[in-house]
Design a protein around this ligand. Structure first.
Ligand code: PA5
Length: 357
């Protein structure tokens, strides 16, 4: 199969209408700006009154909650939960801190949770670029972290995710971690240098992986913890940026069901590519599981690749996996001849949902 060169500037000019690759290369600046913005949030609640934290959001916005949860849940004294749907759990009360995260500020599921949080008199923090939602929140004296609106939700991952961490730090619900945040930014800078478009394919692991994945359905596996949640992000990126089907799963659970499903995979006229996301601090039993699982089912895949997280802290390693996945999916879009930015069908669907209301 002949595919275009990922070093061809004309290809990028022709397909990447909103400079998604440039935006990805600017993650270090974005994440840094996000930290600074969030530090300025006024009117935060009294943390001693908070018994649970819940992060509401869908798609690219909800992803911020997944990332925050996986980084923080081992440290927080109170449960931290991500809610992706119309309804808040029954336990939510005036002692719950509810983050309402919506890039556009118009997502109906997230707005529905916002209304329920208001009814329950929860402590609320809003993260959005949406004027209407922000104005309503201001009028109710609810803290709002405003983010720029010109990027796609998934390309604003730093703007959506970092405020969760910084706000919980400001509240004293997690420890201050300036060194860790510096490392996150440094790792993103290192990744951007290595993976951005000017770096030719022969030296660029994201371009190389995109080429390897071309024509195949990516199956991304990680383990409970940061590699598992990164696997979900990779899958969503292949869907939204590359516009292809992709699937993810997580160890140890997949060893109890999905592993069997590969038995008859050869009967389907499709090529699968296995991408195992790994980090040295994955739990030892899961490291062993991933090795054994790959040895048992690896022959069902046209190719199988391992991507190792980079950095010292878990936080930095998670950021490195996100950056690698985002670059790879966006290069893969170019190989398929599509613009990585638009997600027209999502907006079409939202418009249809709104019809006749
Ligand atoms: O990537 C996308 O555009 C979607 O996944 C959106 O993030 C999702 O539909 C939710 O919209 P919003 O982030 O504006 O709340």
């Amino acid at each position: 199969m002949s595919i275009p060169s990922l070093d061809d500037e004309e290809l990028v000019k022709e397909l990447d209408s909103k400079d998604m690759l440039g935006i990805t290369a600017q993650y270090p600046e974005q994440w840094e700006e996000a930290i600074q913005r969030a530090k300025k949030t006024p009117n935060l609640c009294d943390a001693s009154e908070v018994e649970h934290v819940i992060i509401c959001g869908m798609g690219g916005s909800g992803a911020s909650g997944d990332l925050a949860r996986v980084i923080l849940e081992a440290e927080m004294e109170v449960p931290i939960i991500v809610s992706k749907g119309y309804h808040l759990p029954k336990f939510v009360s005036n002692r719950t801190l509810v983050f309402v995260v919506s890039h556009s500020g118009t997502t109906e599921e997230t707005l529905s949770c916002f209304e329920q949080a208001l009814e329950k008199k929860s402590k609320i923090v809003i993260i959005t670029s949406g004027r209407e939602l922000a104005t309503r929140a201001f009028s109710l004296n609810i803290p709002v972290i405003e983010i720029p609106g010109h990027l796609q939700a998934r390309a604003s991952i730093g703007f959506l995710f970092m405020p969760l961490i910084v706000t919980l730090m400001q509240l004293g619900m997690i420890s201050n971690r300036p060194d860790e945040l510096s490392e996150v930014l440094q790792v993103l800078r290192d990744m951007a240098k290595k993976l951005a478009f000017p770096q030719p394919t022969c030296k660029n692991p994201a371009k190389q992986l995109a080429i390897d994945l071309y024509g195949k359905i990516p199956i991304i596996y990680g383990s409970e913890g940061i590699t598992g949640i990164a696997a979900l992000r990779w899958k969503c990126e292949f869907n939204e940026s590359s516009k292809i089907p992709a699937f993810w799963n997580i160890l140890p659970e997949l060893d109890h069901n999905e592993i069997v499903g590969w038995q008859l995979a050869d009967r389907f006229d499709v090529e699968f590519a296995l991408v195992n996301l790994r980090e040295p601090c994955d739990y030892s039993r899961n490291i062993r599981r991933m090795n054994i699982t790959t040895s048992l089912i690896g022959n069902k895949f046209k190719i199988s690749r391992e991507i190792w997280a980079e950095g010292t802290s878990r936080f930095a390693r998670l950021a490195s996996l996100i950056h690698m996945g985002d670059f790879t999916a966006r290069y893969l879009a170019l190989l398929y001849g599509v613009d990585p930015t638009p997600v027209d069908i999502i907006w079409h669907l939202k418009a249809r949902l709104g019809e006749g209301e």
